[in-house]
Design a protein around this ligand. Structure first.
Ligand code: CMC
Length: 431
């Protein structure tokens, strides 16, 4: 990876420092500043980490200018088209396409870890019925460390493996139960004869009183939503998982931290915020006003589901999602859905507007996902939990990769201090 011949020279007040340049297999070169503070006594300043590579990784590659997303080298559109979520999980987790036997073994392992410890039901029951399912997920996933002691030793490779499988397998059950609890319905246990996506739909929508038929088109759409969210390199929640894990925290605590970060409207919460925005716009006549507000610097309103830190051309996931939205709404006979109409017109209006063109703002994965999920019967509060369950494989893969890295160090950023310098404490009677 390192090209020893490449380096950069930094000149600070006449003193020169050689900085090695590392070359990746794809993407821009990286300036290695690890020794900079020791040698030159200066830090670098990069709020939001817009120019900082926090680790090396072999899992996911994004070329934001080309609109390219690769998992272990495989383009996302091919995976969405030809593969399915559990195979994508295998690829992301283990680095290569599985053989038929490997895939069968992996699917069987995940399927056989889907049940939750029965005692965990009491955690759900402790929440208010109107709790947001993300609040429940943060709590319940963190609480897994109290139930699965035999997979919390991060120094044991086998335990790390079991924790990864448990998290991928149990997350749909946790998300579905958070939903069932919020609507006052009985928890539905997983069914091992169903595939991953169908089982999730079953746990969300089946009731003991009657048979629930799973439509294969909806189950395929669900699987695609999972696939499109599987991993996204060093985004905010993944970086949160890595930072939490760098201290040696157990896997369940680390993934709970990732879920907490994902909850925010600038990250995983954007799909909920986007659908709420589309509903608020309500009809096509109100689009010009929404565009005007999004461009107004004095108005905090932003077009949710638009823009991305890395994609500055288009988000390849959004293309597949738009196609899925058409298929699902067509199947459900809601092709004249007013929210979809507003979404399509809003996208068209923003794409020809100079403001969005100049700032390279395009629809992201969240722009259409909410419309599909709503059509499938999910309330908006379930959108981010579905993102969280899909992203679990990315989090655990990045977590495993980090722990296997011999260079692992606790994450500890520095700061540009702008506060008071040392001053004398004054007793209260003299202030
Ligand atoms: N609507 C209006 N203006 C925007 C938008 C938007 N959605 N996004 C960015 N801008 C403007 C922003 O005001 C800034 O303008 P200026 O240069 O004049 O200050 C410029 O575009 C650059 O934006 P930024 O905030 O510096 O870009 P960022 O890389 O820090 O933020 C983002 C990326 C995704 C947080 C942001 O685009 C955003 O808030 N989008 C809406 C929320 C959203 O859809 N998030 C989901 C992201 S995809 C799912 C995921 O990976 O989690």
């Amino acid at each position: 990876m390192t090209d020893e011949k490449k380096s950069a020279t930094l000149n600070i007040s006449g003193a020169e420092y050689e900085l090695p340049i590392l070359s990746p297999t794809a993407g821009p070169d990286v300036l290695d500043i690890r020794k900079l503070y020791g040698q030159a006594g200066v830090f670098t300043y990069d709020p939001g980490f817009t120019s900082t590579a926090s680790c090396d990784s072999t899992i996911t590659y994004i070329d934001g200018n080309k609109g390219e997303l690769l998992h272990r080298g495989y383009p996302i559109d091919q995976l969405a088209d030809k593969s399915h979520y559990l195979e994508v999980c295998f690829i992301v987790l283990y680095g290569d396409l599985p053989t038929a036997a490997e895939l069968e073994r992996f699917e069987s392992t995940i399927t056989r870890h889907t049940m939750l410890h029965e005692q965990m039901q009491y955690f759900f029951r402790g929440f208010r019925r109107d709790a947001h399912p993300m609040a429940i997920m943060v709590g319940v996933v963190g609480a897994m460390a109290a139930f699965y002691h035999d997979s919390t030793d991060i120094n044991d490779e086998r335990q790390r493996e079991i924790a990864s499988h448990r998290l991928i397998a149990k997350m749909p059950t946790i998300a579905a139960w958070a939903y069932k609890y919020s609507i006052g319905q009985p928890f539905v246990y997983p069914r091992n004869d169903l595939d991953y996506a169908s089982n999730f739909l079953h746990m969300c929508f089946a009731v003991p009183a009657e048979e629930y038929q799973i439509d294969p088109i909806l189950s395929r759409a669900m699987d695609r939503i999972f696939t499109l969210h599987a991993d996204h390199e060093q985004n905010a929640s993944t970086s949160t998982v890595r930072l939490a894990s760098s201290s040696g925290a157990n896997p369940f605590a680390c993934i709970a931290a990732g879920i907490a970060c994902l909850w925010g409207p600038a990250h995983g919460g954007a799909n909920q915020a986007c659908l709420e925005m589309l509903r608020e716009i309500g009809s096509v006549e109100n689009i010009p006003e929404a565009i005007r507000r999004a461009k107004d610097k004095d108005d905090p309103f932003r077009l949710m589901g638009f823009g991305h830190r890395v994609y500055k051309n288009f988000d390849p996931r959004a293309k597949v999602m738009k196609q899925s939205a058409d298929e699902v709404l067509d199947l459900l006979g809601v092709e004249n859905n007013p929210t979809l109409q507003v979404a399509k017109e809003l996208e068209a209006a923003a794409l020809v507007d100079d403001y969005f063109a100049e700032k390279k703002l395009f629809p992201n994965v969240d722009f259409y996902s909410g419309i599909i999920l709503e059509a499938m019967g999910f309330p908006t509060s379930m959108f981010t939990p579905i993102f969280a369950l899909s992203r679990t494989v990315g989090w655990v893969s990045q977590w495993k990769e980090q722990l296997a890295d011999p260079q692992l160090k606790i994450g500890r950023p520095r700061q540009l201090y702008l506060g008071q310098t040392a001053r004398e404490y004054v007793d209260i009677e003299n202030r």
